[in-house]
Design a protein around this ligand. Sequence first.
Ligand code: ADP
Ligand code: FRU
Length: 303
Amino acid sequence: MSSKATVLGVGIATLDLINEVEVYPVEDAEVRALAQRRVRGGNVTNSLSLLAQLGHRCAWVGTLADDAASGLIREDLAHRGIDAAAATCVAGAVTPTSYITLSRTTGSRTIVHYRDLPELDFQAFARVPLDGLAWVHFEGRNPAETRRMIRRVRDERPAAGLSLELEKARPGMDALLDGPQLLLAGRAYAQAVGFSDPGPFLEDLIERTSAELCVVAWGERGASYLVRGDVTRQIPAHRPEQVVDTLGAGDCFNAAVIDGLLRGLATDDAVARAVGLAGFKCGRQGLDGLVEAACREGFLTGV
Ligand code: ADP
Ligand code: FRU
């Protein structure tokens, strides 16, 4: 497959209000933020911003409100060359907002997310052109509608890569497991469905999906993956000198796995490269300029 593939991401775009604090506060405390950032966030749009840095042509489809914050989202996506022409605008809605406390001591991020914006439905997705797409990446949300979207991609672009992020356990999510070739799960999802270790989680998941590859990211423990018919393998985390900012590490990881597979890397190499880039990310603030910095520091090659 081409390394300059066209990737479509289906999921959310948010406004992230990030307060950096010295240490994470206790309940009912009053603390002063040391710095504040107001940026576009959202799992799939974060992943697309990385895929764009990795050289792919990217497009996003999801819903947007018609308030001032949605202007910031549109401008940010345009600035990154991510085509948002197919997004649906919902009149009178409010941009989903994440209130994020980032600890300078640990680099951990605590997210309080508020949303009151309808999810993308199949009717809107049915109008999105799929020609020329090499990969479609979905967030695992709104299962009844997303299931139909996955089916459409499978029917109309059978050769395209198809991945699904499993971040939160939501009712009806199992309906999404038939169709994708790659599942990208998070630790929170694994724990919510009853597993405290990656191995048993992946062995259970692969039995319930058509995917040939299941991956689970596990924070500072790195990531594990299972290719159908093989055994679970684990890649330890790449630990940066100092963990500065873990916000979006999972989104970066997902993007790098997709990028590696699009480049035709072997699974081991694709996952190892993604663990490396996500760890490198944790040592830096934000996602901007990440790939350039990783290349400059000899951390990433062949981009
Ligand atoms: P999310 O951002 O969705 O919570 P994770 O915390 O699982 O995702 O992080 C995704 C990947 O980022 C992990 O698999 C790991 O490779 C890397 N990572 C996350 N936190 C750290 C950390 N503290 N040190 C090194 N690597 C990390
Ligand atoms: C980070 C992130 C933030 C967003 C939140 C949504 O992974 O995508 O940018 O606000 O998660 O759950």
